[in-house]
Design a protein around this ligand. Structure first.
Ligand code: GAL
Length: 753
């Protein structure tokens, strides 16, 4: 075909380009001969010949049957492991040790995959796996996500990063997924896992027949695939499979495998407030007075970067003009019952008093011109801990807010950075937040003192580290979804409140934060106070007080997180009765009748469970009504005890002063009767909802130490039982010593007479 260049339309321009490129290789008259005198055609032939073995090598791996079968070893009841190649820096080295007894108590079960259905492949520079997935399976998890629940038909690049942009770039991208068929898979790798969740069909897989888009119906841009395939740039991975009768049990097993959940110190479950970065000790004292004057509680004061003499990078040393006597300052607050939490990022400023010691253990690149410690080195950890002990912890600082351990590529170190330990920069970056949490956690445990802090990145196995995730992202609905999703990966999340455009938004956000793992106002930049919107001030106070009164219930939920792995705040997909009927037949998890079923395509992202029996359904600014998806069983209104529905979707009119709370039939909810601080044990109001008999084991301990691990705690059993006269009666008894019991108990029957 001849090409008339003068008439060439734009598509031809492309053709012409190709044509021109080809000319030298075909044109025997061309003088573009290489200097070695070889004819270009011959060069082409040689190149083709040289690449032949490689092409054949790749061809060997184009079929599933060419992949290696994964070899599974049962490592514990209901837990299997397979591995291939070298994984590199092992994330699980920074996680808690498995609670083997608690895992045993969950019982055993069958390996979820058929024999010869799981594969691995090591190809140059990449390790990959392929695990089966059936057409109806729903997949949850993959760490801290702000959108959606079901991860099927998507691709996630699980990279520790500031949230946004690429799917899977988030503060805690945990490569752990849960199937509604009752199993979970952890890909244990320090590398960025790229995971194709039921998407991308291999040519020899079980796949649907192609549909002609022009004439056919049901053509799909994402045809269903029969597998989950994942890969890392690296030389291998470990894979763990956890089973359970229900998705909740899978999560429990995962959590217990990493030591069980945290029990925060009691003060950590109180009210947190962060000061402006330029605040001084005097400003803090003034702020405390303002809180008292407005009758608002205050349990933790957070100091933002400016408590230091230099920040971004950090000196980690007190600024002597703003805080001339840090010890006296921390102790003054302590006497008022207020803890101090310090903000820091890990990057060491040349002016830091630990710089000279630390600079021997830092990487090739800087962050904000501060040096980046290689905390995989015990020597680097020792420098930090020595410094922090002397300057912060020994004077009573309660913990940290570890910022900037995620960060965009243009902030943090590049993938090619070099660290003195020899560990790869990508691996160190993926694990950085986890490692820092882990070393601080070990420190606090050694002091027999519980901390509760904040961190902006986390990873595999963070379940028993006393830290809560937060973000600069500020979408209220996204925050609620994140709270729910966090529970699927052994994480805790705070939907912190910073600012609002109206009193309505202020109270709505406050309500969500009051029903979360960490109740924090982070308004240091905006200067907004809990009382800044007078029209809702009383409502804000009442919501905080309700959360405070619920402490016995919430604290017990955290104990169960620790003991049996049940997340205290959790996604609705972990609620047994949403997926299975009361008799708990695991086979019917996809029951079409239930409101969560795939058929009805309901993604419940805006409500979650708190403790065993409270369903929290936050309302967002602008909503004067909302729908609530009620799992099977009778549900009652928390405030009035009235029946609300059973296994259905209800619509409620929202009241500005209340966050909708729905309670399960038979729920026993122990609450403090009063928030007055008394010398005696606090009296309790125990509420009962619905018409079912029930038992609640109420946990309590000293609230500050790890002595509970040695058995130093009390359990009071609360029983609601119907007498022969049909009337309900409440009793309580001690199952353990009575060292940490509550005062007199008053039962309140919210539904029955
Ligand atoms: C941000 C952090 C905020 C605040 C701020 C202080 O990175 O997410 O919560 O602490 O730094 O400069």
């Amino acid at each position: 075909m001849s090409i008339d260049e003068t008439k060439a339309s734009p598509p031809f321009t492309f053709q012409r380009h190709v044509y021109r490129n080809l000319i030298p290789l075909h044109d025997t008259t061309s003088d573009m001969k290489p200097s070695n005198g070889l004819h270009p055609l011959r060069i082409r032939f040689i190149i083709a010949l040289l690449s032949l073995p490689c092409a054949i090598g790749n061809a060997q791996h184009t079929l599933i049957s060419d992949m290696d079968l994964l070899r599974w070893e049962k490592v514990m009841l209901g837990v299997w492991k397979a591995s291939f190649g070298e994984i590199g820096l092992n994330p699980r080295d920074y996680a808690g040790a498995p609670n083997i007894e608690a895992i045993k108590a969950l019982g055993d079960g069958l390996f979820p995959f058929a024999e010869k259905s799981t594969y691995s492949l090591l190809s140059p520079g990449r390790a990959s796996i392929r695990l089966p997935l059936d057409a109806t399976e729903k997949i949850y998890g993959l760490g801290l996500e702000f959108e959606g629940m079901n991860r099927r038909s998507n691709v996630y690049s699980l990279k520790v990063d500031h949230y946004g942009g690429t799917k899977g770039y988030t503060h805690a991208p945990v490569p752990f997924y849960i199937s509604n068929r009752g199993y979970g898979v952890l890909i244990n790798s320090p590398r960025r896992v790229k995971i194709h969740v039921g998407i991308g069909n291999r040519k020899d897989s079980q796949k649907p027949a192609p549909i002609d888009r022009t004439t056919g119906t049901n053509w799909s841009a994402r045809p269903l695939s029969d597998a989950i395939e994942a890969s890392v740039q690296g030389g291998g991975m470990e894979i763990f499979v956890f089973i359970g009768q229900t998705p909740l049990e899978v999560v429990q097993r995962y959590n217990l495998f990493h030591g069980g959940g945290v029990i925060p110190p009691k003060w950590g479950l109180g009210f947190w407030h962060r000061m402006h970065t330029q605040s001084s000790d005097k400003d803090v004292l003034q702020e405390i007075e303002d809180f008292q004057a407005h009758d608002f509680p205050l349990d933790v004061i957070g100091l933002e970067p400016g408590w230091q003499s230099f920040a971004y990078p950090c000196s980690f040393d007190w600024d002597s003009t703003r805080f001339p006597d840090p010890k006296a300052f921390v102790q003054t607050l302590d006497k008022k019952g207020i803890k101090v939490n310090l903000w820091e990022n890990p990057y060491v400023a040349p002016t830091s008093s630990m710089y000279d010691e630390m600079r021997h253990f830092t990487g090739s690149h800087t962050v904000w011109l501060g040096e980046v410690p290689d905390y995989t080195l015990p020597d680097a950890q020792a420098v930090l801990l020595r410094h922090h002990q002397k300057n912060h912890l020994h004077i009573g600082v309660s913990g940290y807010k570890i910022d900037e351990v995620d960060g965009y590529d243009f902030w943090l170190w590049p993938d090619h950075a070099i660290f003195p330990s020899g560990h790869d920069a990508v691996e160190i970056r993926q694990l950085y937040g986890l490692i820092i949490q882990s070393m601080l956690d070990v420190h606090f445990r050694q002091q027999n003192r519980r901390t509760y802090g904040l961190v902006r990145s986390s990873y595999i196995g963070a379940t028993n580290l006393n830290f809560v995730l937060y973000s600069d992202y500020y979408d209220h609905e996204g925050y609620v979804t994140a709270l729910a999703n966090a529970s699927l990966s052994g994480l805790l999340w705070t939907p912190e409140i910073r600012s609002a455009k109206s009193g309505e938004e202020w109270i709505r956000r406050f309500q969500s934060v009051c029903f979360s793992p960490l109740m924090m106002l982070n308004a240091w930049a905006s200067g907004t106070k809990p009382w800044s919107f007078p029209e809702v001030t009383d409502m804000v106070r009442n919501n905080i007080e309700l959360r405070q009164k619920l402490l016995p219930y919430i604290y017990t939920a955290f104990y169960n997180y620790h003991k049996v792995g049940i997340p205290p705040f959790r996604a609705m997909v972990l609620e047994d009765s949403h997926a299975v009927p009361d008799e708990m037949a695991p086979a019917s998890m996809d029951d079409v009748d239930n409101p969560f079923s795939e058929e009805q395509r309901i993604e419940v992202t805006d409500q979650f469970m708190m403790g065993p029996s409270i369903l929290v359904a936050p309302v967002f600014a602008g909503q004067d009504e909302r729908t609530i998806v009620l799992p099977r069983g009778n549900w009652f209104d928390f405030y009035t005890g009235t029946f609300m529905g059973n296994g259905e979707i209800i619509k409620i009119k929202s009241k500005l002063e209340e966050i909708p709370l729905l309670v399960k039939d038979g729920a026993i909810i122990p609450m403090l009767s009063s928030l007055e601080k008394t010398a005696n044990t606090p009296p309790l109001e125990v509420r009962h909802y619905g018409t079912k008999e029930n038992t609640f084991n109420l946990y309590n301990d000293d609230g500050v130490s790890f002595d509970y691990a040695k058995g130093d705690f009390s359990i009071t059993q609360l029983v609601a039982k119907q007498g022969t006269d049909g009337k309900f009666k409440g009793t309580s008894s001690q199952l353990t010593n009575d060292e940490y019991t509550y005062g007199p108990i008053v039962w309140r029957w919210m539904t029955v007479e």
